[in-house]
Write a protein that binds this ligand. Structure first.
Ligand SMILES: Nc1nc2c(ncn2[C@@H]2O[C@H](COP(=O)(O)OP(=O)(O)OP(=O)(O)O)[C@@H](O)[C@H]2O)c(=O)[nH]1
Ligand SMILES: [Mg+2]
Length: 459
């Protein structure tokens, strides 16, 4: 990839829409736009950061291709940091393709996936963590996911990483200054001993541990509702969804196949699966449905074990509990509007001690759902909500943070054991390098390629 050529792509999604945007970025962007665009009020050139109305005309045939609004964003005040032109055309696939073809004929090259954002990175408009946040923002599916992405784009993670790097650099400077004086003997630990290193290691580990939370907010989790027939699984799915998606009847064995829908539960995109009631199957169809339940349970992040509070614990309930004990589990007692006949003490005795307190709901009347949603959220995040704490949401970040923590740990142990300071300095430099990978200060071409390949063309 060269930064000297000019790239173009349709930036809006395929399909028909009110408007469709074509982006051009690079040194020829303005020149190409001027050859295509006839402003309706004649003026000299395009004024940067203004919208101009006019026509798109093929320079070759003179055909008018569209009526459009065009903006020129002169470098460096553009997303990519280069001269950029955006053509706001009518949002039809054929129009857009035709205009884009003219642009390519005039010398632009079709952009690769994520190439606009990659240029923004290479031109120092964004660091790598911010570029990844652009992708998270585009893919966000809940308010929380969106906020985490916006925080990333605004540089919250980058700021945190830079602050940590700054502290490592200070330590390194201290050690390098000491090297000259301790050439022979081992080094004395600096003032404060290894405490500053311990604090850094802790902070980095905490940040690494936020990966789980970030990933859950970004990618969501799968929750499978399981239980014997007629306990109200489909009623619960409908309730959480806010619509009658699954058939509900008093006939046990109503649901045969599984039903999957995504809902926003406390900011987490939850793929919710309603399944066939588990019992000794009456026929081949039911048997096949129940086999699917076990498969779905195996793949679930959380199993929501639903019980009927108006009936005693049944043999099928016990069977199911026995099978799902190892999964992250919520025990939910339904039909709390009816007199309770279920022996809750006995139920608790059967559940592993790690299972959160049982929740009582009425799917039919919509009672107790807030507690249920809160329980799903806490279990999914494995920690209570921590306000606006910085989170990481990419495995790449976690790997780099763990590597940094490991280097710092080696440095700390070495310091404690009085190894030569040169070696400690090497460990600290290793930590700096690992941290630098997150924001892109130290990054290889391979890493760049794999990050930007996840983008769409036009971003
Ligand atoms: N009183 C009361 N009845 C409920 C409640 N939830 C569900 N029901 C009733 O229980 C019956 C079974 O409900 P479903 O939602 O179909 O149960 P299911 O677990 O999906 O059943 P299968 O698909 O057969 O496995 C229906 O008659 C529901 O109206 C509740 O909270 N209270
Ligand atoms: Mg059902």
């Amino acid at each position: 990839m060269s930064l000297r050529d000019t790239i173009a792509a349709i930036a809006t999604p395929p399909g028909v829409g009110g408007i469709g945007v074509i982006r051009i970025s690079g040194p020829e962007a303005e020149g190409i736009a001027l050859r295509l665009f006839r402003p309706s009020s004649p003026l000299e050139g395009l004024v940067s950061h203004r919208l101009h109305h006019g026509r798109i005309v093929s320079p070759e045939t003179g055909d008018v291709l569209d009526e459009a609004l065009v903006t020129l964003l002169k470098a460096p005040r553009s997303f990519t940091g280069e001269d950029t032109v955006e053509l706001h055309c009518h949002g039809g696939p054929y129009v857009l393709r035709t205009v884009l073809e003219e642009i390519l004929r005039l010398g632009a090259r079709l952009a690769e996936r994520g190439e606009f954002t990659k240029r923004a990175f290479l031109n120092d408009r964004l660091d790598l963590a911010q570029a990844e946040a652009v992708l998270d923002l585009i893919n966000a599916r809940t308010r929380e996911g969106l906020q985490a992405a916006v925080g990333g784009l605004e540089g919250r993670l980058s700021g945190r990483i830079d602050a940590i790097r700054g502290r490592v650099i200070d330590l390194l400077a201290g050690i390098e200054a000491a090297i000259d004086f301790t050439a022979e003997d081992g080094m004395e630990p600096p003032d404060g001993g290894t405490a500053p290193l311990d604090a850094l290691i802790d902070e980095i580990r905490t940040l690494a541990a936020s990966y789980h939370r970030g990933k859950v907010l970004r990618e969501g989790i799968g929750v499978v509702i399981a239980g014997r027939p007629n306990v109200g699984k489909s009623s619960l799915l409908n309730r959480l969804l806010g619509q009658r998606r699954a058939i509900v009847t008093p006939v046990p064995g109503t649901t045969r196949d599984f039903i999957e829908e995504t809902v926003d539960i406390g900011g987490i995109p939850v793929r919710l699966t309603d399944t066939a009631g588990i019992r000794p199957p009456g026929d081949a169809v039911e048997e096949a449905g129940i086999e699917l339940v076990w498969e779905r349970i195996a793949g679930a992040d959380i199993v929501l074990m639903l019980l009927d509070g108006s009936a005693e614990l049944a043999e099928d309930d016990l069977q199911i509990i026995g099978q799902v004990r190892e999964k992250p589990l919520l025990a939910v007692i339904n039909k709390r509007d009816l007199p309770e006949r279920l022996d809750v003490g006995r139920l608790k005795g059967l559940l592993p001690p790690s299972v959160p307190p049982v929740i009582r709901i009425s799917a039919k009347y919509g009672e107790g759902l807030e507690s249920l949603e809160e329980a799903i959220r806490s279990l999914a995040l494995a920690t209570p909500s921590e306000g606006d704490e910085v989170t990481i949401s990419h495995l790449r970040h976690r790997v780099a943070l763990e590597a940094a923590a490991e280097h710092l740990q080696l440095a700390r142990d070495g310091m404690r054991d009085g190894i030569p300071p040169e070696l400690t300095a090497i460990d600290l430099r290793g930590a700096l390098e690992a941290l630098g990978e997150i924001t892109g200060r130290t990054t290889t071409e391979d890493i760049l390629a794999s990050i930007f390949a996840n983008f769409c063309v036009g971003k």
